[in-house]
Write a protein that binds this ligand. Structure first.
Ligand code: PMP
Length: 422
């Protein structure tokens, strides 16, 4: 992005204009937790409520028709943004719900639901589900639960000292018993980009389903889900300049068609009698109850906004920011947890400051108006792997500037002296 383009982008985000801590300019470096939202997204939600609000897919009136059209257009926009077909996008409340949907659908299939079509989703005791040590809890705990329900066994890839997924024993982790391989596209802690093609190829060879946690890739890199060949993917609107409360599950059409539903009730059915119910085809089969229509519309606009900016330009800008961020390792006593160079990573950098607790680091930065996240970032096993209980994390987005990162580096350089550590 040119300086003019970046200035225009920033002017579109009202929140970036506010001050914090007694008049300091906000330096928002917590976009991996949630991104800020441009006016077009905020306005799309207001416009929906002011002009089109109605329940979708049922009313026989004009508003219902318009609401349905906006809802389905948003689905098409999100689908186009990630290289999928609209019928392959299921609205969920976010990535967590999307991953749980897959896991619980497999549990239901294993319990005999879904008839003959769901045969391929049934797990037997001793079957294996593979994850990685770098997963966000949202892509770990649902699989532990699925194992507990089905007798399947959880296995995982470790990570190397830079947090990259270690595929050196690929053949012994993914085996003939592997049924599901679930992994993050980009780590929300280390920023490292996973070797998707290699993992998908290995999973396919043994007929395992692949589930991609695309939460941290979709907002920052061009993502073409059809090209990756994954079976499922999950992502959240709120990390990609969209609203909270909405996200999507991508599923290959033929798989969604064969999967049993998880949440049941209104809007996901075909024929209901007192004795039995037949279910609607996907995606509606997985969208029980009144949907989050305004948020979905906002997510569609967010996807279009990013698309118009161009994900290649966004990725190039953020690659530059990543280069600037990893320079914190030049500060004495600062250690990055994750890839030290800016190659194959996004602009998310977690770090420890020797002798200073992550929470204290966060507080000193906050006093200067710099917002970072501290803690385990919902990835306790990864932190355990690195022998630390907590890290501080700075994460950028499309609207982040080089100057903000320089201000962060400067403030960080003063942290150890502030606490009298050297
Ligand atoms: N996976 C990753 C890699 C994430 O960063 C997050 C959000 N921190 C999630 C899953 C969960 O997303 P959500 O909280 O929006 O459901």
């Amino acid at each position: 992005l040119s300086a003019t383009e970046l200035a225009a982008v920033r002017a579109d985000f009202p929140l970036l204009g506010r001050t914090v801590r007694g008049g300091r300019d906000l330096v928002y470096l917590d976009s991996a937790a949630t991104s800020q939202k441009p006016n077009v997204v905020l306005e799309a939600e207001v416009e929906f409520y002011e002009q089109r609000n109605a329940a979708v897919h049922r009313g026989a009136h004009q508003l219902a028709e318009e609401a349905t059209e906006a809802f389905e257009q948003a689905r098409a926009a999100v689908a186009a943004f990630v290289g999928a077909d609209p019928g392959e996008i299921v609205w969920t409340s976010g990535a967590t719900a999307a991953i749980n949907l897959v896991a619980y659908s497999l549990a239901n299939a294993t319990a005999g639901r879904g008839g003959a079509a769901a045969e391929r989703f049934r797990l037997a005791p001793g079957d294996e589900i593979v994850v990685t040590e770098a997963e966000h809890h949202a892509n770990l705990v649902p699989w532990q639960e699925l194992c507990a329900r089905t007798g399947a066994v959880l296995r995982w890839f470790g990570v190397d000292d830079e947090g990259r997924i270690d595929l050196s024993d690929l053949g012994s982790v993914i085996t003939a018993r592997t049924r599901v391989v679930a992994f993050g596209h980009v780590s929300n802690v280390t920023g490292a980009i996973a070797p998707v093609a290699e993992i998908v190829a290995a999973a396919r060879q043994v007929g395992a389903l692949t589930v991609l946690d695309a939460c941290q890739s979709v907002p920052h890199l061009p993502v073409d889900l059809h090209a990756t060949g994954v079976d499922f993917a999950a992502f959240s609107a709120h990390k990609m300049v969209g609203p909270t409360g909405v996200g999507a599950l991508y599923g290959r059409r033929e798989l969604l068609e064969a999967m049993p539903p998880v949440t049941t009730g209104g809007s996901m059915v075909e024929v209901v009698t007192m004795e039995a119910t037949t279910y609607a085809p996907p995606p509606q089969r997985f969208e029980a109850g009144t949907q989050m229509v305004a948020q979905a519309v906002g997510m569609g606009v967010a996807a279009q906004w990013l698309e118009e900016l161009g994900m290649d330009a966004v990725a190039a800008h953020e690659q530059h920011l990543a280069t600037e961020l990893v320079r914190i390792s030049e500060i004495p006593g600062v250690r990055i947890v994750g890839p030290a160079d800016a190659h194959d990573r996004i602009a998310v950098v977690s770090f420890v400051v020797d002798g200073v607790h992550a929470h204290d680091v966060g507080q000193v930065l906050d006093d200067r108006g710099i917002a970072v996240r501290v803690g385990h970032h919902c990835a306790q096993p990864l932190h355990r792997r690195f022998g630390v209980a907590a890290t501080a994390r700075a994460s950028a987005s499309v609207y982040t500037t080089t100057e903000e990162i320089a201000a962060f580096r400067e403030a960080l350089a003063g942290v150890r002296a502030f606490f009298g550590v050297d």
